[in-house]
Design a protein around this ligand. Structure first.
Ligand code: FES
Length: 346
């Protein structure tokens, strides 16, 4: 239970008589003393095993030769191997013992902690303002306008300096993000390995990082792309393929046939500032960007439901070929990647 600060306004509700928690389930060790004693012996066993491992660790240290003529065990350095195994076993045994102890024998009851207002008390706020006022008074900033004005000028100018540095960010993207190498009929392949993806091998809840097959076949002599060309095309065309329950998907207008049995494909590049999105919450159908937590609802055309991203992830229209492998119906119908200044002027 939290203790309430008397200075804070009382915003919290009274404890709820029935918060809807399921009935407490007693563990076998709570109701059966014999089971409890057995669990106690199990915990003691792990701690004893840890002691044995530690003793063996000491033995290994002195027993095996190192240096010019090291002891070996199946071709491996015996000293390193046994020191690692025995110390690892000792630590692991303590960990298992503690977990068993906590799960089976330590107190088992629900704890409720009520939230309280995060605002400071009015007394704290008054103290903070008084401290600021005192600081301003002691600095003499009000009595010395020359210092105050030159300081404001210096800080204002130095604040403008980063604007100059914007030049080093490189040219605006122009139409470079309007098109990727995705095209009609291009196979969707798994990231890194480049194997085609059978629609039937994905199950509901799966998320696969994928690429256009051209990354693996569009290079010299029909091999993989290389160098800067590979990096540029991969950065623009990386996608995620997810399979959801079709009943959980609200297709966007005009996108009714862009998915295959609940399999959808979206750009992997966050529309905020371009990090690769990666965190998939299969139960909510949301995918998160790890950089600033933008969250996209893949059940609703990847609309932004949280975070700083300003627009949904672009969707790649999917289909299957005669053998059931996933292919693109076309390129994205909007620029991929982060929002940028010229985007809406095109
Ligand atoms: S880059 Fe994805 S949230 Fe910022």
């Amino acid at each position: 239970m939290s203790s309430h600060d008397d200075n804070l306004p009382v915003l919290e509700a009274d404890p709820i008589a029935d918060p809807g928690l399921p009935d407490h389930t007693w563990r076998p060790t709570d109701v059966d003393p014999a089971m409890a004693r057995r669990a106690e012996r199990q915990v003691a066993f792990w701690f004893t095993l840890s002691m044995v491992c530690t003793v063996l660790f000491f033995v290994s240290y002195f027993a095996f030769q190192v240096g010019d003529d090291p002891s070996t065990f199946f071709g491996l350095g015996a000293s390193t191997l046994f020191l690692g195994l025995t110390l690892g076993g000792a630590l692991l045994s303590i960990g298992i013992g503690v977990i068993q102890w906590a799960r089976k024998l330590m107190g088992d009851h629900e704890i409720v902690e009520y939230r309280h207002s995060a605002a400071s008390s009015s007394e704290d706020r008054e103290q903070a303002l008084a401290a600021l006022g005192l600081g301003a008074e002691e600095s003499g900033i009000g009595r010395r306008p020359l210092i105050r004005n030159t300081l404001l000028g210096a800080m204002g100018l130095v604040g403008l300096a980063p604007i100059i540095a914007l030049r080093d960010l490189g040219p605006l993207p122009g139409d470079a993000l309007d098109h990727t190498i995705w095209s009609k009929g291009m196979h969707v392949v798994r990231d890194v390995v480049g194997t085609r993806i059978l629609a039937s091998e994905l199950i509901v809840g799966d998320l696969v990082n994928a690429q256009p097959e051209a990354l693996f076949t569009g290079g010299p002599d029909g091999g993989p792309m290389e160098g800067v060309e590979l990096q540029v095309q991969k950065a623009k065309s990386s996608v995620i393929v997810v399979r959801m329950d079709p009943d959980d998907i609200i297709p966007g207008k005009g996108r009714e046939d862009w998915s295959v049995d609940g399999i959808q494909c979206y750009s992997k590049i966050c529309t905020h500032v371009g990090c690769p999105i990666s965190l998939w919450e299969r139960t909510t159908g949301n995918v998160l960007c790890p950089c600033h937590q933008s969250t996209f609802d893949l059940g609703d055309s990847a609309k932004v439901v949280f975070g700083p991203a300003a627009r949904p992830l672009p969707q790649l229209p999917l289909a299957v070929d005669d053998e059931g492998y996933l292919i693109a119906q076309d390129d994205f119908d909007e620029p991929v990647g982060p929002s940028f200044w010229e985007r809406d002027s095109q």
